[in-house]
Design a binder for this molecule. Structure first.
Ligand code: FEO
Length: 171
């Protein structure tokens, strides 16, 4: 069983993960509209991953005997207009998600809920990877600057990101 407090906060996290999915989908649309088809594909894949994160938490709540509550959220806003700015906004968002995962981990630890700690460990590792991915892309974009060839090349590389299956929560 999970406590009501942890259950509520996990439900809140489901909302954040679905919001993340919408935000990345909005970024994908924006990138496609400024002719970065590869980066748009990368963002669309990221949106799918976020949806899987939400489903993973949902499955855990059910397994732990809790109650799932799905709620709505505000419209995602893509503030930046260029590719570097969009990835920077993505990184800022991931830092927020990391702070949420750390908060959930703190709560589970405080409650001595070691099953939840074990479950959340996957998200701790995932956040390290997600921040690193965004940071690596931003560093490359900074090096490339306005060089057309470089931008063409990185867009091609981003477009090669392999899509995850949308039917599994094992990602
Ligand atoms: Fe599910 Fe990108 O955090």
């Amino acid at each position: 069983m999970i406590s009501k407090h942890l259950n509520d906060e996990l439900n809140q996290q489901i909302t954040y993960e679905f919001y993340s999915s919408h935000l990345y989908l909005a970024m994908s649309g924006k990138l496609a509209s400024v002719d970065f088809a590869g980066a748009a594909t990368w963002m669309r894949t990221q949106a799918e991953e976020e949806r899987i994160h939400a489903l993973k938490i949902m499955d855990y709540i059910i397994e732990a005997g809790g109650e799932v509550l799905i709620t709505g959220f505000e419209d995602p806003k893509v503030k930046a207009k260029n590719i570097q700015g969009i990835f920077e906004q993505g990184l800022e968002h991931e830092k927020f998600v990391t702070s949420r995962i750390n908060f959930l981990m703190g709560l589970a630890t405080e409650e001595k809920n070691y099953s939840a700690v074990n479950f959340l460990n996957w998200f701790v590792n995932e956040q390290v990877e997600e921040e690193l991915n965004a940071d690596t892309i931003i560093r490359s974009l900074k090096l490339i600057g306005k060089d057309g060839n470089g931008l063409y090349q990185i867009d091609k590389e981003l477009g090669a990101r392999i899509a995850v299956s949308s039917t599994t929560t094992q990602a």
